[in-house]
Structures are given as C-alpha cells and as structure tokens.
Design a protein. Structure first.
Length: 193
C-alpha cells in the first residue's frame, strides 16, 4: 500500500540524512574555527621585502695585500723556537698576542700548559714559510717544520697568524703571534692486537 503524506518519515529519522547533517556541521565548525583563528591572530607573517634607505650602500673593499714584513717573519721564527719548542717560555709569552694567550698570566704560561701545539724545534733542520695572506696589520703563513734527517720525527705543517699590537705615537706596533694550528688530520691511534 502506498505511503500517505502522514506516514512519511521525518528528515531526522533517516540515518543517511543524519550523516549528511553531521558532515555539514563538522565542515561549518572547521570553517568557523579557521575564520575565528585568522580574525584573532591576524597575519603574523613578516614581509621579505628589503626596506629602502636613503643612506649610501656599504661596499666591501678588500684589504690590500702587501709583502710580508721582515719583522713579522722574524717574530714567527723566534716564537716557534720559544713557545712551540717549550724553550724560554718567558720570551714566548712576550711574543704571543693576547688573543692566543687566552687570558693566561705569565706564571700560568711558564708551566708549559699553553694553547700551543708543541713540536721539538731543537730537532729542526729547517722551517719554510709560505705566505697565505699579508696585510699591513695581519699576516697568515703556512710553516713547514722539517726535522733533521737522523731523527724519528715526522715533518709537520702549521698555520701561523700574526697581528700588530696597537701603535703608539703614530709608529707601527710590534708583531705578535695570534694563531697557531697544525695542518691536516690528527693521527688515529692504532688498535692493539
């Protein structure tokens, strides 16, 4: 028998209609939360546009390289024979820039426990310098320490840097060693058998 108008089920009695209404409600809720969040927090992004300025641009001008000052080379050699060799540490301290001293006092330096990789300079045959960079107030060199032929010490290359101390009375300040680092990878210990 056909359904009459009075026997029709209501909209909410259908499980299909309930699921449709549920999904529509969830979608409205999600959109409402997104709109409320955007209204509350707004656009928190920052502009990536470079601000314009009326000031002149700062242009990098590289420092002019010059010939290595003979005094810098002399200080480097003397420093190797004192601080690196751990001989006459008092003189080595005087030739060391405050940056490399790292706040150590002369008394602390004289213990020999210093931030300088040692090398037995008394076993040297020669030291050869190669210029990496040389400026009026800074010099960076590579130094190859070559031992005598009859000793069992390996040759070693180091990086050494020197800086001028502040000048007084318009004169050039003295050179001091500010950097010392061995070149290459450290040797790994051999496994015991």
């Amino acid at each position: 028998m056909p359904e009459t108008h009075a026997e029709k089920r209501s909209f909410w009695e259908s499980h299909r209609n309930q699921r449709i209404a549920l999904w529509i409600g969830v979608a409205v809720l999600v959109v409402g939360v997104a709109v409320a969040t955007f209204r509350f927090f707004g656009n928190t992004g920052t502009s990536l546009d470079t601000p314009l300025s009326n000031e002149a641009a700062q242009v990098y001008v590289p420092k002019k390289q010059i010939k290595v000052d003979a005094e810098a080379r002399r200080v480097a050699g003397e420093w190797i024979l004192t601080s690196v060799a751990r001989k006459n540490l008092k003189e080595g301290y005087r030739l060391t820039h405050p940056e490399l001293r790292q706040g150590m006092t002369l008394k602390q330096w004289l213990t020999g426990n210093i931030p300088v990789q040692p090398y037995p300079a008394d076993q040297l045959d020669q030291a050869r310098f190669k210029v990496d960079e040389s400026y009026a107030d800074e010099v960076y060199l590579e130094v190859a320490l070559l031992p005598k032929a009859n000793v069992k010490i390996k040759p070693q290359i180091f990086y050494i840097g020197l800086k001028r101390l502040a000048a007084k009375d318009g004169k050039k300040g003295p050179w001091r060693v500010s950097y010392w680092l061995p070149y290459g990878k450290p040797e790994l210990p051999t496994p015991r058998e």
